[in-house]
Design a protein around this ligand. Structure first.
Ligand code: ASP
Length: 315
């Protein structure tokens, strides 16, 4: 069961590049070695990315590359390893936001490609910046990206079991609009502040799993991914709850209006918990503060503040 208790952690601002990544939020990790496996992946990707950030790479480029690395890790529900929707198809959504330009781009329900964040990257410089299913397929072809099946045996098995036994919250498969709350791990997100003080955020997902065909995830909306020159945010959790809170934009605008990043998280997560929302977020502000928050039992997040690496996985 979700906790719906607001929990916020923050690191004080320090100079220099900052990075935080997430691999979703939900109920506590069970299963032998689950936490260690997630931690190992998050730390490895964080180390790789922070070296690039410290070497002078822009926040936007680090976010793109970070999303790709996380999309390629089959443990996460994005790119390879994404969950299946009610019709047994995988549809991928991803968004990118460049803080200095305050420019959003994204794709919704893209199919048969490896890295949906690549489409969001391309769309950053286009006059049309958010594409849904048909448009994203045409763009995949136009960019010459190879056709790719992101299905893994484990995700197929999970989907088959849901069809046979209904979802873990007891409701039957195919009629369920909200997946079991103990399953919604795996959406990925990256937020970075580079040496030049630029912020960027990206999020990529296979959705909630088992959703109606055509359902739109928060990840490719400003509710789930948002950045300006003051702060950058990536969200995870039940997309409908994130949209209802307009969480990413709410957090960023609070910082712009004078809240510190931790105070913006405290207030926004207290409000969200009060309304029974099931969600989490990571963020960085322009002064170098890092924060993450959740109303779920856990958020799978890891950060590098220039002095060292840490994560939200207790124990
Ligand atoms: N927010 C995603 C969605 O609802 C799912 C997740 O973050 O796990 O599509």
């Amino acid at each position: 069961m979700p906790a719906f208790t607001p929990t916020v952690h923050a690191l004080a601002p320090t100079p220099g590049p900052k990075l935080i990544i997430h691999g979703g939020a939900g109920s506590s990790l069970t299963g032998p070695g689950a936490k260690d496996a997630i931690r190992k992946s998050l730390h490895h990707i964080l180390d790789t990315l922070y070296a690039r950030l410290a070497g002078g790479m822009s926040a936007l480029e680090v976010v793109i590359q970070g999303c790709q690395l996380l999309e390629d890790d089959p443990q996460f529900n994005a790119g390879t390893g994404a969950v299946l929707q009610s019709d047994g198809q995988i549809r991928l959504s991803a968004a990118l936001m460049d803080g200095p330009a305050q420019r959003f781009s994204g794709v919704i329900n893209a199919q048969r490609l490896k890295n949906p964040i690549q489409l969001a990257q391309h769309l950053q410089s286009q006059p049309d910046r958010i594409l849904s299913e048909t448009g994203s397929q045409a763009l995949t072809r136009a960019l010459g990206l190879p056709l790719y099946d992101p299905l893994t045996p484990q995700r197929l098995q999970e989907w088959v079991e849901e069809q046979l036994h209904g979802q873990a919250d007891g409701r039957p498969a195919l009629t369920n609009l909200v997946t079991a709350t103990d399953q919604h791990y795996g959406t990925i997100g990256v937020v970075a502040l580079d040496a030049a003080g630029r912020l960027a955020a990206g999020t990529s997902t296979g959705g909630k799993g088992g959703e109606y065909v055509g359902r739109v995830s928060d990840s490719a909306m400003p509710a789930g991914t948002y950045a300006n020159t003051d702060a950058a945010i990536s969200c995870t959790g039940i997309g409908e709850d994130i949209v209802d809170e307009c969480l990413a934009a709410r957090l960023v605008i609070r910082v712009t209006d004078g809240f510190s990043l931790p105070a913006a998280f405290e207030k926004s997560f207290a409000e969200a918990a009060g309304r029974g929302r099931d969600l989490g977020a990571i963020g960085i502000d322009r002064r170098g503060a890092i924060a993450w928050g959740r109303t779920t039992e856990v958020i799978l997040a890891a950060y590098h503040n220039g002095e060292g690496l840490g994560d939200s996985l207790e124990g």
